[in-house]
Design a protein around this ligand. Structure first.
Ligand SMILES: NC(=O)c1ccc[n+]([C@@H]2O[C@H](COP(=O)([O-])OP(=O)(O)OC[C@H]3O[C@@H](n4cnc5c(N)ncnc54)[C@H](O)[C@@H]3O)[C@@H](O)[C@H]2O)c1
Length: 279
């Protein structure tokens, strides 16, 4: 059974929509009739996403925006309001996994001491403070409209920690708490604020990131060096349904949370992980 949504006339701002889950969210919201502001620091792929959306007959524009930079987020907000006039849905999705040190080596544990405070700071500036920045940028618009939806992309890493990337796990736990805090604040203005938590979705994030999992448990992954196979093995072994998710599975959760069907759901997180986090 296919569920369809009608978001005609609505404007969605999607950060991190050049690739992966954000790209799928942008495309699925466009298919549901929304106009889409594509925000990303990847200009080439972001502009390509805009062309795909326009081909569906929707309005779309690209905003080159690094969510870790105040000035980029402020310029993005101004551009969106000038072009689209408003925002109905804010999909705050941009994020990175472990990240790299200035010398280009990955910021991975164990040991815990390998991930320096400066590595934590860079991670938090994108994954957590980036979401704070974009929510604050559009806060007054939602407050004045007295309606709207915000969906932040967190992760099952908020709940299922490993020693591999403690800074990532904590940044995503912060996103869950951010959503809860903002939902109590914007709830006074009829705005719903929720999180979606992907489990294992094969996106560009895993093209480099999967190797870290292999380094952590080399015997378990002895049979493969392929990033997709490494990720699939984790997904199959850890989840109740023994499978990974597609980017569209996350987009489906975001569509639902932005629909009237979810109007009484706020301050929540939805794990789209084929059954890894169970609580
Ligand atoms: N893929 C997974 O299995 C998985 C699991 C849990 C959580 N997530 C989360 O899902 C979100 C999307 O990740 P993805 O898997 O689609 O990876 P991805 O790398 O394909 O997408 C991330 C997007 O964010 C953009 N981005 C990164 N840093 C940015 C910044 N500072 N400013 C603006 N744009 C920036 C990238 O250019 C990219 O387009 C992330 O928040 C990630 O942490 C993914």
């Amino acid at each position: 059974m296919k569920v369809s949504y009608d978001f005609s006339g609505k404007v969605a701002v999607v950060t991190g929509s050049a690739t992966g889950i954000g790209h799928a969210i942008a495309m699925e919201f466009a298919k549901a009739g929304a106009d889409i502001a594509v925000c990303d620091y990847n200009e080439e792929k972001g502009k390509a996403t805009v062309e795909e959306i326009k081909a569906l007959g929707r309005k779309s524009a690209f905003y080159k925006c690094d969510v870790s930079k105040d000035e980029d987020v402020a310029a993005m907000k101004e551009g969106v309001l000038k072009e689209f006039g408003t925002v109905d849905f804010l999909l705050s999705n941009a994020g990175v996994s472990y990240g790299y040190k200035p010398d280009k080596t990955p910021c991975l544990g164990p040991p815990f001491t390998n991930v320096l405070v400066s590595d934590w700071e860079r991670m938090f500036d994108i994954n957590l403070f980036g979401m704070v920045r974009v929510i604050q940028a559009f806060y007054d618009i939602f407050k004045e409209k007295k309606e709207g939806k915000i969906v932040c992309t967190a992760s099952i890493a908020a709940f299922e920690s490993t020693s591999l990337q403690p800074q990532y796990n904590a940044s995503k736990a912060g996103v869950i708490n951010l959503v809860q805090s903002v939902s109590t604040d914007l709830g006074a203005y009829n705005v719903n604020v929720n999180a979606i938590c992907p489990g294992f979705v094969y996106t560009p994030m895993y093209e480099h990131g999967a190797q870290g999992f292999k380094d952590l448990r080399p015997q378990f992954f002895a049979d493969t060096n392929d990033p997709k196979s490494i990720m699939m093995k984790l997904a199959v072994n850890m989840s109740s349904l023994h499978r990974a998710q597609a980017p569209e599975d996350l987009a489906n959760a975001a569509l639902f949370l932005c629909s009237d069907a979810a109007k009484e759901i706020t301050g929540q997180y939805v794990c789209v992980d084929s059954g890894i986090v169970r609580r």
